[in-house]
Design a binder for this molecule. Sequence first.
Ligand code: S3P
Length: 164
Amino acid sequence: MKTLYLIGFMGSGKSTIGEMLSNILGLPHIDTDHLVEEVYGQTISSIFQSDGEGTFRKYESEVLKKTPSLNHIISTGGGIVEKEENTLFMKENGIVIYLNTSFEEIAKRLEDDQLRPLWSQNVKEKKILFNRREKLYEENADKIIHTDNKSAREIAGEIKVLFE
Ligand code: S3P
């Protein structure tokens, strides 16, 4: 099976669903955010703080391009679609699945989040980012899965049946 890339905004459930799919399908799971932290030995917050978003994006593309094209589930960071080289790579290398979650649902889930540098902006800026990104996710997805009011298990199940 071709590798599945999960894309979507922060808080859309990419890591949770990726882990669950990995268990259901018996395929290894890679989370690009975790891989960046592991490879570069720094948390994402500290990369943003000390070197800026541009450095994080460079690291993110580097780890993405090392992901295998077969039999893996890859959870990506919400900003992976910001670089065309990343979307081209994912489309060529695997199947891209967009976890579509409404802004209202994300705002509820990430209410107290302190770990995501781009979620610490004011609501207006977050909404602008969400609207801009939503188009990029849609344009680059092979499949769109709506996640509002569904459990992680239901969502993982919906993705699984696409490949039966
Ligand atoms: C980011 C999303 C984060 C992480 C970084 C930047 C973004 O990942 O990659 O904080 O630009 O949306 P999650 O989508 O897993 O929160």
